[in-house]
Design a protein around this ligand. Structure first.
Ligand SMILES: Cc1cc2nc3c(=O)[nH]c(=O)nc-3n(C[C@H](O)[C@H](O)[C@H](O)COP(=O)(O)OP(=O)(O)OC[C@H]3O[C@@H](n4cnc5c(N)ncnc54)[C@H](O)[C@@H]3O)c2cc1C
Ligand SMILES: *[C@@H]1O[C@H](CO)[C@@H](O)[C@H](O)[C@H]1NC(C)=O
Ligand SMILES: *[C@@H]1O[C@H](CO)[C@@H](O)[C@H](O)[C@H]1NC(C)=O
Ligand SMILES: *[C@@H]1O[C@H](CO)[C@@H](O)[C@H](O)[C@H]1NC(C)=O
Ligand SMILES: *[C@@H]1O[C@H](CO)[C@@H](O)[C@H](O)[C@H]1NC(C)=O
Ligand SMILES: *[C@@H]1O[C@H](CO)[C@@H](O)[C@H](O)[C@H]1NC(C)=O
Length: 522
């Protein structure tokens, strides 16, 4: 029953690595100098705004074209924070770097996420399993409606409650989505300047334009299964209910079987992308505006807290409305206002091996699932909504002390934590994220290309919002940019699918089809 691995567990990792040093601006500039654009002599330059999954991988893809075809270009990456990784970053319990780090944002990826999988291989980063032995419960705010693990008895329990057909049909719908998703790594991958076209090409239009609830219930999945099991997945992964979120993200929420994370933190993938790219990384450097350059046409003046530099092309790799970047009104008007889910993440360390069973209406000493998910069904029936989206134990901080992660819509108070963990809370860290887009069914997406030489990676997010898909979106953007401005691409001049087949059968590539990943193997 592979669709039951609805886990987003955070393991305790024993190893960690210190990040490498990245250069950043130390020179102070005057207000006058800030506005005076610098035209850097030498190679044409590209600016990348944001050093998360999208921006760091964009730099990496560009470096592949430099390496393979000698594309003459210099890359500057601007990041307003003092770290690489954006929504993927770690914290240490008690701020003690001797203890295993915990993911504060993006935590898991799967084998079908071929760029991150391949990157962890190439960069010698260790993947850790997440869902081993997880017991999952579904809480509706009043009662524990269901709980299951991965044993045979749990499979029987699932069948007794939901029947055979619903899990099977849900699973085959998810498999269909994954199958089409994988074409994005083949040499015949579509390239797109319009997300709606891409969705249509991949056969995803119905998914994206319907709610998860409508889509699944119209295809042989019972209401009970949809509103309990699938909703538990959409609520933990995207903080949204099945009658609100579009069905492509609903399907992605279920595709977490075999979840992995990088030991020591996923952010290391993004550090390595940048490190291997040879780009100039400017941390603590906020971009304030991107405007047309006056000196030469189709160039862009990027103004940051450290000065203004002119670029042949700009890649925006952050959600536009969260950047505070000023662009011309006509450019800004193209980007539909996008709401993000404002998520409260509460991490804590507790010596209580489980939450208080009494809170869940269970007798003292009752065994509780280590991963508590939620459904909105209690509220639909007129009751109160669960006070959290998910609450999960993530292994030991040290002997006799556990790490717990809570996702919620509202702030979780100290009193509540003390009640739930019987006064045994040693450390708490709270973080609020604009975590992922609100994803109602839609047919309208932001443009991938805002103007000549100005591209937008996060246009992809309202379709699917994950670390992996940001690396796919950046690959596409880099290909468009290299094509239009440099007459090149990541894999050089286009080869047709039939040429690619010939190349493979002639043994010109070292990988077989199954392992082939476009951009890496070309
Ligand atoms: C709690 C949580 C859990 C998640 N779980 C998962 C998961 O398990 N698996 C998964 O795949 N995804 C998960 N996600 C989603 C995933 O983290 C994101 O989709 C992905 O990391 C986005 O990458 P990005 O590079 O597009 O954006 P970001 O990571 O947001 O990077 C954008 C960067 O741009 C910088 N920036 C913004 N404005 C400016 C400016 N004006 N000047 C300079 N720099 C600027 C920001 O500081 C940021 O570093 C989760 C997210 C959250 C918050
Ligand atoms: C830059 O300015 C800060 C304060 O604004 C000052 O502390 C610092 O020494 C200056 N650095 C340089 C290199 O001038
Ligand atoms: C950090 O954790 C280690 C391992 O448990 C412990 O030995 C050390 O004393 C801790 N450091 C501080 C400052 O608490
Ligand atoms: C990864 O390890 C292999 C084998 O030990 C080595 O050949 C390779 O250079 C390493 N790659 C990186 C990026 O460190
Ligand atoms: C929803 O799916 C149905 C088929 O299942 C399709 O006909 C329809 O166009 C989709 N979109 C909307 C908005 O209903
Ligand atoms: C990459 O990391 C190494 C150390 O691991 C460092 O010496 C080098 O300067 C880094 N390169 C870039 C481009 O940041």
């Amino acid at each position: 029953m592979r669709c039951f691995a609805l886990t987003l567990l955070l393991p305790a990792c024993l190893a960690f690595q210190l990040p490498f040093r990245v250069p950043f601006f130390t020179k102070n500039v005057t207000a006058d100098e800030l506005d005076q654009p610098t035209v850097v002599k030498g190679s044409p330059r590209i600016a990348i705004i944001g050093a998360g999954a999208g921006g760091s991988s964009a730099a990496f893809w560009i470096s592949k074209a430099k390496e393979r075809f000698g594309v003459d270009v210099e890359v500057d990456v601007y990041e307003r924070e003092d770290y690489i990784g954006g929504r993927s970053t770690v914290v240490y319990p008690y701020g003690n770097t001797s203890l295993p780090p915990l993911e504060l944002g993006g935590s898991i990826f799967v084998a079908a996420n071929k760029n991150l999988w391949r990157a962890s291989d190439e960069f010698n980063l260790t993947r850790r399993e997440f869902d081993a032995g997880a017991q999952t419960g579904v809480w509706d705010g009043h009662k524990l409606v269901f709980s299951f693990g991965d044993g045979w008895w749990d499979t029987i329990k699932v069948i007794l409650r939901y029947g055979m057909l619903s899990p099977k049909n849900a699973d085959s719908l998810v498999s269909g989505v994954i199958k089409n998703f994988l074409t994005l790594y083949s040499s015949a991958t579509p390239k797109w300047d319009n997300i709606a076209d891409l969705a249509a090409t991949l056969g995803w239009s119905d998914l994206v334009s319907n709610t998860t609830a409508d889509f699944f219930t119209q295809r042989g999945v019972s209401k009970k299964f949809t509103y309990e099991v699938i909703e538990a997945a959409t609520r933990v992964n995207y903080g949204q209910n099945v009658d609100a979120i579009q069905a492509l993200e609903g399907a992605c929420s279920l595709a977490t079987t075999g979840a992995r994370g990088i030991e020591g933190g996923n952010y290391q993938l993004f550090e390595r992308f940048l490190n291997h790219s040879g780009a100039n990384v400017h941390l603590n450097t906020k971009v304030v505006s991107v405007t047309e350059a006056s000196s030469s046409s189709h160039h862009w003046a990027v103004k940051t807290s450290a000065g203004t530099v002119e670029y042949k092309a700009v890649i925006l790799a952050a959600p536009f409305h969260s950047t505070g970047i000023e662009i011309s009104p006509s450019l800004a008007a193209q980007i539909p206002k996008q709401q993000y889910v404002h998520l409260h993440v509460t991490l804590l360390a507790t010596t209580s091996p489980t939450p208080d069973p009494a809170y869940f209406g269970l007798p003292a000493g009752a065994k509780l699932p280590n991963m508590m998910l939620t459904t909105y069904e209690g509220a639909r029936a007129g009751g109160k909504e669960p006070e959290f989206n998910s609450l999960s134990y993530h292994g030991q901080v040290r002997e006799g002390e556990w790490a717990v992660k809570i996702f919620s819509k509202d702030r979780i108070s100290d009193e509540w934590l003390n009640k739930l963990f019987l006064g045994k809370v040693g450390w708490v860290l709270r973080k609020e994220w604009d975590a992922y887009p609100q994803l109602p069914p839609t047919t309208v997406f932001p443009p991938v290309k805002l103007d000549r030489g100005f591209y937008y990676v996060n246009a992809f997010e309202p379709l699917i919002s994950t670390m992996e898909t940001e690396t796919i979106a950046s690959r596409n953007v880099v290909d468009l940019l290299l094509n239009e401005e440099f007459g090149s691409s990541i894999c050089g001049s286009r080869i047709s699918p039939s040429d690619a087949d010939e190349a493979h059968t002639a043994g010109q590539t070292t990988s077989n089809d199954k392992d082939f990943v476009i951009g890496w193997d070309c």
